[in-house]
Design a protein around this ligand. Structure first.
Ligand SMILES: Cc1cc2nc3c(=O)[nH]c(=O)nc-3n(C[C@H](O)[C@H](O)[C@H](O)COP(=O)(O)O)c2cc1C
Length: 167
């Protein structure tokens, strides 16, 4: 069986169009947050989703200890926030100061005007290569009136609603 290199795989994944999410946590161990495209639905009974988080992330322990997280799906005009939460701003207070937040069931930060936010209890963690798969049981949902999505494709941010409106 031939092998595929890490870079070949990463280049190929740049052809997969994905939604952009800010994954937040808050609790006794503190507040954290990072940008992730590796998020998808797992089950509707119980409602659950997964997020893949790099095992080398300095925030891993924070997420495990808090035992809860919130997936905030970014809207078309929130691309700058993705950069802030992907290492662009190292200070967590500074990251959070760049937007308005509220909370729902778990107390994790819920981004104002995100397309949709899924508030989750961390129910399972699985190791998978370089990443941990965090499975969250969804305990709260908030949807906004905002209906323009943000997509990440070919290592660039796109607003599909704007592309469609140009046709
Ligand atoms: C568009 C985009 C998508 C990303 N998706 C993921 C992901 O799914 N999982 C992950 O662990 N990191 C992902 N990252 C990287 C993390 O956001 C980043 O490495 C992480 O925030 C490390 O920086 P920090 O520890 O300062 O937050 C992504 C980054 C960008 C810009």
């Amino acid at each position: 069986m031939s092998t595929v290199s890490k870079n070949e795989f990463r280049d190929a994944m740049s052809s997969v169009c994905a939604a952009v999410n800010i994954i937040t946590t808050s609790g006794d161990s503190g507040r954290g947050g990072f940008t992730a495209t590796a998020m998808c639905s797992v089950s509707d009974e119980p409602p659950s989703l997964l997020v893949c988080m790099n095992r080398n992330s300095a925030q891993s322990a924070l997420f495990f200890e808090n035992g809860r997280f919130c997936v905030n799906v970014l809207a078309g005009d929130q691309a700058s926030l993705s950069g802030h939460f992907a290492g662009g701003m190292q200070d967590m207070e500074e990251r959070y100061a760049a937007a308005d937040w509220t909370d729902l069931e778990t107390g994790c930060p819920v981004l104002k005007d995100a397309l949709v936010s899924f508030d989750c209890e961390l129910s399972e963690v699985h190791e998978a290569g370089s990443h941990n798969i965090l499975i969250g049981k969804v305990v709260g949902i908030v949807r906004s009136e905002n209906n323009s999505a943000l997509a990440y494709f070919d290592r660039q941010y796109l607003n599909p609603a704007m592309a469609l409106s140009q046709e």
